[in-house]
Write a protein that binds this ligand. Structure first.
Ligand SMILES: Cc1cc2nc3c(=O)[nH]c(=O)nc-3n(C[C@H](O)[C@H](O)[C@H](O)COP(=O)(O)O)c2cc1C
Ligand code: SF4
Length: 422
């Protein structure tokens, strides 16, 4: 579609050629992992359904690099054992039929974990408590990691990266944002250490730099490595700020990082990582835009970007090189294909209701399975699910009031996209 020509431009990321600028970012689905930690055909089918729409890149995960890195006891991809490789290989083969670059995110939850005694940079870290994820996942204050444990963890990221290469993934992404372990080291709010991993800025970024060097040491330049960072923790001056991010990113570029994925928020400020309908679309794109001024590697913007027209404008205006469209892919697996064909009005938009994908009726601690409330084919249909063909909007009244009455809405539940913003 002529109008969306910026979105459908190819891009080089390291040695990887990406067909267009749309990225399905990492989203932990909470299903599709067998008892032995291997991904199963249900999860593969979920990604294949989205690959058919042909976004430029799709990211699995976050996948735990170490058993203590799990967020939840079930439903999270794991990367600490070779036995997970064959199932990942099958998944990668299935997705590659659609000419999509398929990557995986490496994650250690740190204190944002379900464990009775999680680990973190230091035992005095304040506990996140203000959001749903925090309240349903985190139980107790972490145990501060010893220097030996930090070094082991660095190695765990390296071994995990090797397994990803063996599995055939096209790229890796290290999660250094959203309040998970690496972000906890970066952020003075969580990191109260007094050794070489705490205190000064140089010390707080050390863990991340060691992780990047370890990964590069293990996999060389075989595939691109990206890093998801917080443009801002939104924890005030004690947290990681945009100023910190702009100082870090040129360092990451020098370390050989191939792209940056700029998000925001921790479990304390998760309403920014996962913005609801009450936030403006693209409200944190400005973070990517600012970071982009400091580096020459590709930068991804994310956060309630659900309309391809807006995504195209972000690229056109040079605010970012890539756009992460997460929940937009849950709501409509065909979003990119429809955009390509110019069938914008047929896209089923993410409503930003935060019900099916985030509040899963029990919280992350219980690992309830994901579904999308706006979508009849979320790809996550469970046995006996009678809602298969229903299209529901939990915020129907709000939706009608704010958009449908003006623009027209199908059966009072879904808003069409001609500028309709819910
Ligand atoms: C169900 C769900 C799980 C998520 N899991 C992860 C994750 O494991 N790692 C991560 O970096 N971001 C995760 N995210 C955040 C997304 O990558 C993305 O940044 C966020 O959804 C905002 O983008 P969106 O408004 O386009 O959905 C998750 C989001 C959702 C909805
Ligand atoms: S459940 Fe709601 S917020 Fe989540 S993807 Fe579906 S419409 Fe979007």
């Amino acid at each position: 579609m002529e109008k969306l020509k910026h979105l459908f431009q190819p891009l080089k990321i390291g040695s990887m050629e990406v067909k267009n600028r749309v990225v399905m970012p990492a989203m932990g689905m909470g299903f599709g992992i067998d008892e032995d930690g291997c991904v199963n055909p249900q999860l593969t089918e979920f990604y294949v359904e989205r690959a058919r729409g042909r976004p430029g890149m799709m990211t699995v995960g976050g996948a735990a690099v170490d058993p203590m890195g799990l967020i939840t006891p079930r439903g999270m991809e794991v990367l600490w054992d070779d036995k997970v490789i064959p199932a990942f290989q099958e998944m990668v083969r299935a997705v590659h039929k659609y000419d999509v670059k398929f990557g995986i995110q490496l994650l250690h939850a740190g204190l944002q974990s379900y464990f009775e005694q999680p680990v973190g940079p230091s035992e005095h870290s304040p506990l996140p408590k203000f959001t749903y994820s925090a309240a349903t996942t985190v139980k107790t204050s972490p145990r501060g990691m010893s220097v030996g444990e930090v070094k082991e963890c660095v190695k765990a990221f390296g071994s995990a990266a090797e397994r990803c290469v063996k599995a055939g993934f096209d790229f890796l992404e290290v999660n250094a944002g959203h309040g998970y372990l690496i972000n906890q080291f970066l952020t003075p709010y969580f990191n109260k250490r007094t050794d070489e991993y705490g205190g000064s800025y140089e010390n707080r970024i050390r863990f991340l730099l060691e992780v990047i060097r370890e990964i590069r040491g293990r996999i060389g330049n075989e595939i691109p490595v990206g890093v998801r960072i917080n443009g801002d923790d939104f924890l005030g001056e004690d947290g990681w700020t945009l100023r910190d991010a702009c100082r870090l990113t040129p360092i990451l570029e020098k370390e050989g990082v191939n792209y940056l994925n700029v998000s925001a928020g921790t479990y304390d400020t998760g309403h920014i990582s996962l913005m609801s309908m009450y936030r403006d679309q693209g409200a944190i794109v400005y973070l990517a835009e600012e970071v982009k001024k400091h580096v020459s590697i590709p930068v991804m913007a994310v956060g309630r970007i659900k309309n391809p027209i807006m995504a195209d404008e972000i690229i056109k205006e040079g605010k970012a090189d890539l756009v992460g469209m997460g929940r937009a892919h849950l709501a409509d697996p065909e979003i990119v294909e429809k955009a390509r064909k110019g069938e914008i009005a047929d896209i089923r938009l993410c409503l930003g209701c935060a019900r099916g994908c985030i509040d899963r009726g029990g919280g992350a601690r219980y690992s309830h399975k994901l579904r999308c409330e706006s979508k009849s084919r979320s790809g996550v249909l469970h046995k006996g699910d009678t809602r298969r063909e229903e299209i529901r909007c939990q915020e129907r009244l709000g939706c009608r009031r704010r958009a449908c009455g003006i623009r027209g809405c199908q059966t009072g539940s879904l808003c069409r996209t001609q500028g309709c913003i819910v």
